[in-house]
Ligand binder design. Structure first.
Ligand SMILES: Cc1cc2nc3c(=O)[nH]c(=O)nc-3n(C[C@H](O)[C@H](O)[C@H](O)COP(=O)(O)OP(=O)(O)OC[C@H]3O[C@@H](n4cnc5c(N)ncnc54)[C@H](O)[C@@H]3O)c2cc1C
Length: 361
């Protein structure tokens, strides 16, 4: 019998494992990254939702202190292969003019975020013309490195990681039972379903219906001289994300309902055009890498986090969609607090599964 069994080792499941292990819980993590590559590896790592003033308060509460939480994680995982420069404190420039810029400034004032009106030329000297807002405290995390360090940190804390797929889940009197594709069955007193875009099949078996869908996204990587793109740049068409070593990511496409992870010629053309539209010199460059991932898409703008109604000790964390990297640290903390009977820092009602959206089976 496991103490805690987590299905899915993307950023949400892995950070939940870290929170629980640091609270003294014995954690086992199931993951199938070769069969279902995590969105957490494929994503860009911007530590802010895209146009954050367009999001509702429950999402703001998960994301606002994302940059601070990642600074803390870099310290917590020091020694597990994460370099401080993997957290790129580049600042974020967001394209916005007129009434849109006013909305952004008002949001920043209301949420105590440092923000200044600034032209793109102030933050991307070789970029095209544009007006926008500058958020100096928001940068990006090199998410593949973060995930690798996190898995090393979990090993060090005694978390058992098993490469096997959960094919079915049954709730028990406390926790539940999981069938694996290697023929094994495992019981645990606490279960967490955090299988990203592949969660709906497992939730269906528990009678939970939430509006989730796969949402494919493609990305390009260009290798430039370090500092050539000094800031993270967000426009309505897409974004550029600089890493400390000069790599610049251009993203991203969005195809709702598509669960494939193969990059396409059409996706590449779209991203090349978008990237050169922001930084004209990229028109003469060939991207060095091109990949795709599947976001855990959701019809609402913030995730579901909490106990599955009709069960005792079966939890789920689903629907992080486009913002799972920035919101995962707060999501994981809330989940661990609920699982360990602590007073939660956020109101769990904002993230709870509606009783009407679930029935025990
Ligand atoms: C192109 C792109 C750009 C993005 N950019 C950003 C960004 O800049 N900022 C941001 O905050 N977010 C971004 N995101 C979104 C973010 O990556 C996701 O919201 C987040 O990674 C979701 O994390 P997760 O742990 O829920 O799911 P995942 O990372 O997908 O992890 C799910 C894990 O579950 C495993 N799994 C699945 N089924 C099973 C099963 N049955 N049994 C066992 N294991 C299973 C999979 O192998 C996988 O490892 C981006 C996403 C994409 C695709």
């Amino acid at each position: 019998m496991d103490d805690v069994l987590i299905i899915g080792g993307g950023i949400v499941g892995s950070l939940s494992a870290l929170e629980l292990a640091d609270r003294g819980r014995r954690v086992t993590l199931l993951d199938v990254p070769r069969r279902h590559p995590p969105a957490s590896w494929a994503g860009g790592g911007i530590l802010s939702p895209l146009y954050h003033w367009r999001y509702p308060e429950p999402m703001n509460r998960l994301t606002l202190d994302g940059p601070r939480r990642y600074r803390e994680l870099v310290r917590r995982l020091a020694g597990n292969g994460l370099d401080p420069s993997d957290l790129c404190e580049s600042g974020l420039w967001v394209e916005a003019d007129g009434a849109e810029a006013e909305r952004g400034l008002a949001w920043a004032r209301a949420h105590d975020q440092r923000c200044l009106a600034a032209p793109l030329s102030a933050h991307l000297p070789d970029g095209r013309a544009g007006q926008g807002l500058w958020f100096p405290e928001i940068g990006n995390i090199r998410n593949p490195r973060m995930l690798k360090a996190l898995h090393a940190g979990l090993r060090e804390r005694g978390v058992t990681r098993i490469e096997a797929r959960a094919t079915a889940v049954w709730p028990g009197e406390r926790g539940g039972e999981v069938r694996l594709d290697n023929g094994e069955r495992r019981r645990a007193s606490t279960l967490l379903i955090s299988a990203g875009a592949w969660s709906p099949d497992l939730l269906d078996a528990l009678g939970v219906t939430v509006p989730l869908f796969p949402a494919k996204g493609e990305m390009l990587l260009y290798r430039l001289a370090p500092g050539q793109v000094p800031s993270t740049i967000l426009t309505e068409q897409g974004y550029l994300i600089p890493r400390a070593d000069g790599a610049v990511l251009a993203g991203s496409t969005l195809r709702k309902g598509d669960a494939s992870t193969s990059p396409t010629a059409e996706g590449r053309r779209t991203l090349e055009t978008m990237a050169a539209g922001i930084l004209p010199m990229l028109a003469a460059r060939r991207p060095d890498h091109h990949w795709a991932g599947v976001r855990p898409g959701s019809a609402r703008d913030w995730p579901w986090l909490g106990e599955v109604p009709g069960t005792r000790g079966v939890f789920a964390a689903v629907g992080h969609h486009r913002n799972g990297l920035v919101s995962a640290p707060a999501s994981a903390e809330l989940l661990a607090q609920l699982m360990c009977g602590e007073s939660p820092l956020l109101d769990p009602a904002d993230y709870a599964f509606e009783p009407s959206s679930a029935s025990s089976s």
